[in-house]
Design a binder for this molecule. Structure first.
Ligand code: FES
Length: 157
C-alpha cells in the first residue's frame, strides 16, 4: 500500500487541482485517510495539513478511520424513521456495542446512518454489504446481524 501511495504522490505532484483526486485515490488505497497520508498530500500539493483536512472534512465521502469488514447502513429517511428506524439503532447497539457512525473494535462491522436507500416501500430498511433488508423488526435485524457475524466469525452463534 505504501508503494502504491508513493506512486500516487509522484504521479500527481505539481498537477493543478490535485487535492480531491489525491484524497480519493488515497482512500481507495488505504480504505480511509490515514493521518500520515494527509501530511504527505499537503507537501505534494503545497498546502498546509490543516487546509487538506479542511477540504477532506467538507465532503461526506472521506473517512478518517478504517472501515469494518461489513458495512451496515441504517436508513433514517422519512419512511424508515416513521416505521421505527430508531429502534433498529438500539438493536445494533445492543448486538455490536457500537452506535451508528462507528466501527466495532474488531473492525468487523462499520455502522452508518444514511438518509434514504431508495426503497421506501420496504421501510424500515437496512443495507448490509450492499444487500437490502426490508420491513425489518428489531428481532429480524438481530438475527440478520448474527447470521452475517457468525458466518465470518465476528459474532459467536
Ligand atoms: S426512507 Fe428509508 S429507504 Fe427511503
Amino acid at each position: 500500500m505504501e508503494k502504491a501511495f508513493q506512486a500516487l504522490l509522484d504521479d500527481w505532484k505539481g498537477v493543478k487541482g490535485n487535492v480531491i483526486p489525491l484524497l480519493q485515490k488515497t482512500q481507495e488505497i488505504f480504505g480511509f485517510l490515514p493521518r500520515e497520508s494527509m501530511c504527505k498530500i499537503a507537501r505534494v500539493t503545497g498546502k498546509t495539513t490543516a487546509e487538506i483536512y479542511g477540504v477532506a472534512t467538507f465532503y461526506a465521502q472521506f473517512r478518517f478511520t478504517p472501515m469494518g469488514k461489513h458495512v451496515m447502513k441504517i436508513c433514517h429517511g422519512t419512511a424508515c424513521h416513521v416505521q421505527g428506524a430508531d429502534s433498529l439503532d438500539t438493536v445494533v447497539e445492543q448486538k455490536l456495542g457500537v452506535k451508528p457512525g462507528s466501527t466495532t473494535a474488531d473492525r468487523e462491522f462499520t455502522v452508518e446512518r444514511v438518509a434514504c436507500l431508495g426503497c421506501c416501500s420496504l421501510a424500515p430498511v437496512v443495507m448490509i454489504d450492499g444487500e437490502v433488508y426490508g420491513r425489518l423488526t428489531g428481532d429480524k435485524l438481530g438475527k440478520i446481524v448474527s447470521a452475517v457475524g457468525t458466518k465470518t466469525g465476528a459474532l459467536k452463534a
